[in-house]
Design a protein around this ligand. Structure first.
Ligand SMILES: [Zn+2]
Length: 386
């Protein structure tokens, strides 16, 4: 593999695409010093407020047109699998991720600049080696390429267990919105409260005061409110039964005096809606009246706050075997030669470096091209919008 050389900052790993390496805690090397300077994006007085109760439809924080994925495939494993079609979806998120990472790296004073450049180079070069496609992955939390692979792996690992829960429930736990400066400490406090609740439930279970400990999955999400210019960190849980769901909400409110009853939500879950637990943890696209924008400096604030942190965690859930990257293995199977492919942003595809031939044939539609080329901007200079 030594013939694949990329000049990248940091130490990205060289991994067969089938290698199952995208654990949630893999970006610990990106943990930032708490004293690192945050970008010059500051907020004035923040009103205390409570977000409305989450509708189930809002659970998915990814923008469907950005991250259209085929997670439903996991519920219908008989669906026909096309290696090239699957890789066009990867080309789509690579196209967006490349543009986004450059804009993020140019956010003034961001301490994540090296990590963003790592993401820019993520899987830029791919080559078939034996039965696998080989590429370097950045494994950063915000990378849509890595996240897409990781989502597929988490679904394979956890969905069979979740499907076996007859009484599964969603729980959304929130706190009042916070400023950029307070985001990191707010998330830490939320995790601490969540962990204390888990300990209490465990003790109650051990004393035979309840039927189960906390059995479920927890996902951290953070959204940005462009009107109020504040942040909304919250947890989504899917838990094995209604009793746990109600107790979670009740205990959250008793620990978190600032949290309001109407900010919390409990509702029945099904297999399909449970898939939301595995998707991207940030809403990339925000709406400004009629305009859809990707605001990079608020995203940078969020990515700083979660650098090196887990956004997904499982409690007392049976984990299936880590699977390989089926998309990549299938494509490797279809490739006749061991050609080297390099990502070309202008072509929106990986191209054979010898022949210039595109790997997937992906072409973005006009709307998506405009989003990627023109609408990834700094929130602090909204007049940039053409
Ligand atoms: Zn990546």
């Amino acid at each position: 593999m030594g013939d694949l050389v990329l000049v990248t900052p940091g130490r990205p790993s060289l991994t067969p695409l089938g290698g199952g390496v995208l654990f949630d805690n893999s970006s610990c090397r990106n943990r930032m010093s708490k004293s690192t300077q945050k970008p010059g994006f500051r907020l004035s007085s923040i009103p205390e407020g409570v977000e409305p109760v989450h509708k189930l439809a809002q659970l998915g924080t990814e923008s469907p047109e950005v991250l259209t994925d085929d997670s439903s495939m996991h519920l219908n494993p008989q669906s026909r699998f096309s290696a090239k079609g699957a890789f066009q979806k990867r080309a789509r998120v690579k196209y967006l991720t490349s543009a986004l990472s450059v804009r993020l790296a140019n956010v003034p004073n961001t301490p994540l600049i090296k990590s963003y450049w790592n993401t820019f180079y993520c899987s830029s070069i791919m080559q078939k080696k034996g039965e696998h496609l080989v590429a370097k992955f950045c494994k950063n939390r915000w990378c849509l390429v890595c996240n897409r692979i990781r989502t597929a792996q988490l679904i394979k690992q956890y969905l069979p267990t979740i499907q076996s829960w007859d009484d599964k429930h969603f729980v959304t736990l929130t706190v009042p919105n916070c400023s950029a400066d307070d985001l990191e400490v707010t998330i830490a406090e939320m995790k601490s409260v969540s962990n204390r609740i888990r300990e209490t439930l465990k003790k109650q279970y051990q004393r035979k005061q309840r039927a189960t400990p906390l059995v479920g999955l927890r996902k951290l999400e953070v959204t940005y409110n462009p009107t109020r210019k504040d942040y909304h960190p919250h947890f989504h849980f899917v838990v094995s039964n209604r009793e746990t769901a109600d107790d979670l909400r009740r205990m959250w409110l008793s620990h978190f005096q600032k949290a309001k009853w109407q900010g919390q939500d409990v509702r029945k879950a099904d297999d399909r809606s449970s898939l939301e637990m595995f998707k991207y943890f940030v809403k990339l696209v925000s709406s400004h009246s009629k305009d859809r924008l990707i605001l990079v400096d608020p995203l940078d604030v969020i990515f700083q706050a979660v650098a090196g942190e887990r956004t997904f965690q499982a409690f007392n859930v049976k984990v299936g075997k880590m699977t390989t990257d089926e998309e990549a293995d299938a494509l490797a199977d279809e490739l006749a030669t061991e050609a080297v492919y390099r990502w070309e942003q202008s072509v929106t595809d990986w191209v054979d470096i010898e022949t210039g031939e595109g790997l997937t044939g992906y072409q973005p539609d006009e709307q998506f091209r405009e989003l990627v080329e023109k609408r990834i901007i700094l929130a602090t200079t909204p007049k940039n919008l053409s």
